[in-house]
Design a protein around this ligand. Structure first.
Ligand SMILES: N[C@@H](Cc1c[nH]c[nH+]1)C(=O)O
Length: 360
């Protein structure tokens, strides 16, 4: 059998598994409107999407994933709970590693269900685990709900909270910001020099894409930030502890409960984490061996806001994630025009399953 035929056969097998779970098969257009949708993916995908201009429709892109168009499609209906499956190609430029394909097949499973979100998280994780059963893969999990709750609960300016939330996807930048906001690292020298000037715009020429007004606003924001008091060192230490957690889920739960005593803003998210572990256990997952990473940082999609996970090859270190997914409640709010449906889903890359099976 050729590689393509094997991939398609594998895609069919996985899709059948998802359909047996009650998912309805959906299709989406390959060409999607970029102007309205591209921003929802975040920085990384925005830089990697294939975008073109259509004289009548404006900017269009080759779909970088299915989740956004499926949410859009679902939000036009009124039928919750709902489960969907799909399979087809997605397109993302690979700037650094030419051996990685820029178009590949995904088979997905999405659940829209506000009544039992924790059970829905467990359902999605368990069905992906089942589809990959017997393969040499290892799962890692994270929870953006805990981190975002911790950032929102900090005693600091809204601008600083927003900056931290924007960089929650990039562990190194997030840590660097924490150091700066905690007063542990200095403001970069060029910025300090700029702010020291009485009128930084006096001898400036506008040459770039930003207007003078935008530059002035940015300088005003930097000035305000320079006057903001450092975040309390205990709060910084707790956040640093949260992002450094890297253990099995039950151990993490113990640590989280300890942290929550001094950081009550995360209590609700920790309760949810604990309920999710129960639901995963009920769904047959061995949570005692399940890994958790406080700063998951492995996703290039910025619409997740709760549970996240991935399955990775144990035998081939350079292989991309075989399956990835997570919860994206806020995305349904953005696309729902006033309506919101808690939702969670995941995809599997069937050609990677075929490759791993060939090795097993
Ligand atoms: N669309 C995501 C996977 C996913 C599906 N549902 C939720 N997440 C991706 O392309 O990686």
């Amino acid at each position: 059998m050729t590689g393509l035929r094997q991939t398609n056969e594998e895609a069919r097998r996985i899709r059948a598994l998802f359909e047996a779970q009650g998912a309805q098969l959906v299709e989406t257009d390959i060409l999607q409107p970029a102007e309205t949708l591209l921003d929802l993916y975040g920085e990384d995908i925005r830089g990697r999407a294939y975008v073109t201009t259509d004289g009548v429709r404006g900017e269009m892109m080759l779909r970088p994933d299915f989740t956004v168009p499926v949410v859009q499609w679902h939000m036009e209906s009124n039928a919750d709970p709902a489960r969907y499956t799909y399979s087809g190609k997605v397109f993302r430029m690979q700037e650094e590693d030419l051996s990685r394909p820029n178009e590949y097949v995904q088979v997905g499973y999405e659940v829209f269900d506000g009544k039992a979100p924790v059970q829905a998280d467990a359902e999605v994780f368990a069905i992906i685990a089942k589809a990959l059963d017997g393969l040499p893969v290892r799962a890692a999990t994270g929870d953006y709900g805990i981190l975002t709750a911790a950032v929102r609960g900090l005693d600091t300016s809204d601008a600083r909270k927003a900056a931290l939330l924007r960089h929650i996807w990039r562990p190194r930048r997030f840590r660097a910001l924490l150091e700066r906001f905690g007063g542990k690292s200095d403001v970069p020298a060029t910025r300090a020099a700029l702010l020291a000037k009485a009128d930084p715009m006096a001898d400036a020429q506008v040459v770039g894409l930003r207007s003078a007004k935008e530059v002035e606003e940015r300088i005003a924001a930097l000035r305000e930030d320079a006057q903001t008091a450092p975040i309390d060192s205990e709060q910084i230490a707790m956040l640093e502890e949260l992002v450094s957690l890297r253990e099995t889920c039950p151990n993490v739960l113990g640590n989280l409960r300890d942290i929550a005593v001094d950081m009550p803003s995360i209590s609700k998210a920790v309760t949810r984490f604990s309920q999710r572990l129960d639901a995963l256990s009920e769904a047959g997952i061995d949570v005692d061996a399940l890994e958790f990473e406080g700063n998951f940082g492995r996703t290039s999609l910025e619409y997740y806001d709760g549970f996240v996970f991935g399955f990775y090859s144990e035998t081939r270190a350079g292989m991309p994630a075989v399956a990835t997914g997570g919860r994206y409640d806020a995305l349904t709010r953005v696309l729902g025009r006033g309506r919101e449906v808690p939702a969670v889903g995941a995809v599997i890359r069937p050609e990677l399953v075929v490759a791993l099976r060939g090795q097993a």
